[in-house]
Design a protein around this ligand. Sequence first.
Ligand code: HEM
Length: 220
Amino acid sequence: MTVLDRSAVDLPLSAAMRVGSMAEHEAAEHSSYMSELLGGRVNETGYADYLLRLRVVYDAMETTVRARLDDPAVAAVHDTALERLAAIDSDLEHWAPGRDREVVSPAADAYRERLAAAGAWGGLLVAHHYTRYLGDLSGGQAIGRILDRTFELDGAGTAFYAFPEIPKPKPYKDAYRARLDALELSVEDVARVVDEVKVAFRLNQALFTELGQNIDGYRR
Ligand code: HEM
């Protein structure tokens, strides 16, 4: 029998997602690849290898989301202003011009398969949508600024962190959370969404672990 952790799922959906994934978020923040990257110790190949994996993830997520706009939960969060595939492609031209977009990555493959499976129920897809895009609009903004400073980029190669149609992330994120909360999911469905948010964080962690295995090859 599944025992529901009511302390988390009794909250409005957006708060349940945040509270329920705090430990996973903390782990993602402290991954060695991220620390090395933000410390300026990862070279161009190392960052391109990250972008190539993100490309797999966003391609799968954005395709699956577009195919499930009939689901009210997916429709509530969908916004083309968030889409990142074109930005990733443009950044790859900076970091790895002309490089083949194919990447050998069991972690990205596993993430893509999970996203495809999440198309079965909108709540699962929303969990992935939230984990990536709200992350990009939160800590991701700081990451973009640090990268820019560390590599003295002057904006080049950081389109991934720029949301030209979302000038102020804070009110955007507040409105996004309000749309999640207005879905009024049952306690059981909130628990399913929160579980999938945790899965999404672990899939991101696995990307970092995979990249971390090659950290010596990425030294600059
Ligand atoms: C060095 C890495 C990271 C740092 C420094 C960081 C930092 C932060 C900070 C400061 C916030 C709160 C922003 C606010 O209050 O609006 C935040 C929120 C968030 N982060 Fe991260 N983060 C990192 C990595 C990640 C990763 C890898 C993911 C998932 C892929 C992620 C997903 C999220 C999400 C979903 C939120 C929104 C939480 C909510 O308000 O519901 N973060 N992050």
